[in-house]
Design a protein around this ligand. Structure first.
Ligand SMILES: Cc1cc2nc3c(=O)[nH]c(=O)nc-3n(C[C@H](O)[C@H](O)[C@H](O)COP(=O)(O)OP(=O)(O)OC[C@H]3O[C@@H](n4cnc5c(N)ncnc54)[C@H](O)[C@@H]3O)c2cc1C
Length: 290
């Protein structure tokens, strides 16, 4: 289907984009890679009067590792991040998740900021950002503010970003020594959104787990952190029995949605399997990296 009519603006700086957003407020949508927004327009699920295309804002692209953080510009393409050694070396969980997003053609246009601003609960990057306690930097008419990942995802396709704010960068904490990671998911075909996905990170110190991080995609209208399971894992030595107990703890209280891809009960079983599988893979990865 053809796109609906809209006005088009192409700012070249963040401040210009923020001015335009403030002028247009409820009428405007930001256009990044267009991989989610353009289908929404074509299906008439979004009808903005104005598109503010941020592809020409050079300052929004790029990746920088410094002071224990990886700072990723919102317009950094998913494909570009996937190929950067800085990303794999600093935040291996992000690097592990990126290849699961759609297909290469989609990742060559899709952006890290676009995925996180879109906040699809079945998407990979929101689970990664939540698991790692990433920070979201947004810029609006009154300046910048930083939103922690725990507050960013507010509901289905809804974030803490205000209508007059632009997401400019996302900061991920660098993985500590002894950290192993895995991203695992079950999808109907490679490249489809996950039916259930799991971002997992384990840090081992002296053979015991000093830090455990688990976040699900696809089990709610937002990504979900498995805090109870993380507590259970902390201080313990990796074992199949421990990972079984973590799977029970992580999925005991969840009530995933049902849709044509699977019932709630099916998703719950997949989630438990992914916890066992993801923790095993993260532990193996931690041993390899020591
Ligand atoms: C066939 C297909 C398969 C896909 N499979 C997957 C998948 O398996 N997993 C997955 O995670 N994604 C998948 N995607 C979506 C893809 O990852 C998108 O790239 C991503 O969701 C959105 O990024 P984008 O840069 O294209 O954003 P856009 O589509 O341009 O924007 C998405 C939304 O975010 C807003 N936005 C974008 N950037 C900003 C910003 N800087 N500040 C404020 N608001 C902003 C836009 O206004 C819009 O509402 C798929 C897409 C297609 C077409």
């Amino acid at each position: 289907m053809k796109l609906p009519q809209f006005d088009y603006e192409a700012p070249t700086t963040v401040s210009e984009a923020v001015e335009l957003l403030a002028e247009q407020l409820d009428e405007a949508s930001v256009l990044a890679g267009g991989q989610s927004l353009i289908p929404l327009l074509a299906l008439r699920l979004a009808r903005p009067a104005v598109l503010i295309d941020i592809n020409g804002i050079a300052e929004l692209s790029g990746v920088q590792a410094a002071d224990g953080w990886l700072t990723v510009g919102a317009m950094t393409r998913e494909c570009a991040a996937e190929e950067l050694e800085t990303v794999a070396g600093t935040v291996p969980l992000l690097a592990a998740a990126l290849p699961f997003i759609g297909h290469e053609a989609i990742r060559s246009r899709g952006t890290i900021g676009g995925s996180l601003a879109h906040a699809d609960p079945a998407a990979e990057l929101p689970a990664v950002a939540l698991a790692l306690d990433a920070e979201f930097v947004v810029c609006g008419p009154s300046g910048e503010r930083v939103v922690p990942a725990a507050e960013w995802f507010q509901g289905y396709l809804t974030t803490a970003r205000r209508r007059d704010e632009l997401l400019t960068e996302v900061r991920f904490p660098a993985a500590r020594r002894g950290t192993g990671v895995s991203f695992t998911e079950v999808a109907r075909r490679h490249g489809d959104f996950a039916i259930v996905g799991l971002a997992a990170s384990l840090t081992l110190s002296g053979g015991a787990i000093s830090d455990a991080r688990l976040a699900f995609a696809g089990i709610s209208d937002v990504p979900v952190r498995a805090a109870g399971a993380e507590e259970l894992l902390a201080g313990e030595r990796p074992s199949a029995e421990l990972f079984d107990a973590a799977a029970r703890r992580a999925t005991g209280g969840i009530d995933p949605p049902a849709d044509l891809h699977g019932s709630s009960d099916y998703r719950k079983k997949v989630a438990a399997t992914l916890v066992r599988r993801g923790l095993r893979a993260a532990a193996d990865n931690a041993y390899e990296r020591q």
